[in-house]
Design a protein around this ligand. Structure first.
Ligand code: AFP
Length: 346
């Protein structure tokens, strides 16, 4: 007897095609666009796996790790994504963490979407073999292939697809097209296909873990300090136990754990970084979209992240994301510690 569950697998391509069938108005363009994203992720995944072997050669003295002629992995990843996405013919503009300006696609390859991405987020961790990832968001351009660049700087709530791919002990791609559904796929390296392994991810309303770079706490404002104190030293009335700390320093990995186990991930603003560190278009917006679609919330402390409108493509914002009850506590801390504005301006 054949095991039906093992022979009838839901690949990412099949999933996207099924979504297309559910929406009869869909043209199939997003399916093709997603194929470009998949190719980019698989290509980067194979390079991340090989990177340490290359570094070992470097350590043996054959390669100067500072050498001008050696391409760094984050630059390579960017090239892989730009090429795969451009070839799909479905994007007119791309905004990449690795490129200063908007990448404008040649006219003959233009399509109706804009994509924003960080091809290799967390790359400062790569030599230690720590998880890294790609984060992406897709926007529909109101004027289609004829769009002008001013159609890129729109509120986060206009995002139509968001996802990330985590290159870790396994390669996981997490994706949402909205509709309150977030799906997680795991790459089967033998098949070369992403398989649906985490259907309908829901973030628990309250977790037990906080994830933040505590080394910045000297510079935090009163609201941020008050919030983290409230979960480390909970009052007896709150009924909470102290939260555990987990911080990898690779947003994809920290957010992935937060989605699956619950809790809060934050990169707040502080006196050193007035707008926090994470970039709005290709870090905060996609992750805020995924979190909301998984039933959670994402805030700057005083504003829903997806209500922000960036002024420049590489703008940053503070972010707290997690389960609804956890984020409600963050919002309360900001509402009752109004000195936060003066403090971050010192
Ligand atoms: P790198 O890509 O330079 O490693 O930065 C990673 C990142 O953008 C994000 O993935 C982390 O959440 C955050 O920075 C970590 O920043 P700190 O090192 O300041 O904690």
């Amino acid at each position: 007897m054949t095991d039906h569950h093992k022979t009838n697998i839901m690949t990412l391509t099949r999933y996207v095609l099924e979504q297309q069938r559910i929406h009869p108005e869909a043209s199939g363009d997003l399916t093709i666009a997603m194929n470009g994203v998949q190719v980019g992720c698989k290509f980067v995944e194979t390079c991340v796996r090989k990177a340490r072997l290359v570094n070992l050669v470097g350590l043996a003295g054959n390669t100067n790790v500072q050498g001008e002629d050696q391409k760094k992995l984050d630059v390579l990843s960017n090239e892989m994504f730009v090429n795969a996405l451009m070839a799909s013919g479905k994007f007119s503009f791309m905004v990449s963490e690795e490129v200063d300006d908007i990448v404008v696609v040649p006219e003959e390859l233009r399509g109706k979407y804009c994509i924003t991405f960080d091809p290799l987020d967390g790359s400062s961790n790569i030599d230690a073999g720590v998880n890294v990832g790609t984060i992406f968001g897709i926007w529909r351009l109101p004027s289609g292939p004829k769009a002008t660049v001013d159609e890129i700087l729109v509120p986060g709530s206009e995002i139509i697809a968001g996802g990330y791919c985590m290159y870790g002990s396994s390669c996981n791609l997490v994706l949402t097209f909205g509709n309150n559904r977030v799906e997680g796929f795991t790459l089967d390296p033998a098949l070369g296909e992403f398989i649906l392994t985490h259907p309908n991810i829901r973030i628990p309303p309250r977790g037990k873990i906080y994830s933040v770079n505590e080394g910045n706490s000297l510079y935090w404002d009163a609201a941020t300090k008050a919030y983290f104190d409230s979960i480390k030293f909970p009052s007896p009335e709150s009924g909470l136990k102290p939260y555990s700390a987990r911080y990898i320093g690779s947003m994809v990995a920290d957010v992935h754990r937060t989605l699956l186990y619950g809790g809060v991930f934050a990169y707040p603003s502080d006196r050193k970084s007035r707008s926090g560190k994470l970039r709005i278009l290709y870090e905060s917006f996609p992750m805020a979209f995924i979190t909301e679609q998984a039933g959670g919330k994402a805030t700057t402390g005083i504003q829903r992240v997806l209500d922000l409108v960036p002024k420049h493509i590489h703008d940053r914002c503070p972010i707290f994301l997690g389960g609804t009850e956890d984020i409600a506590d963050v919002e309360k801390a900001f509402a009752s510690n109004t000195s936060w504005l003066n403090e971050t301006q010192k």
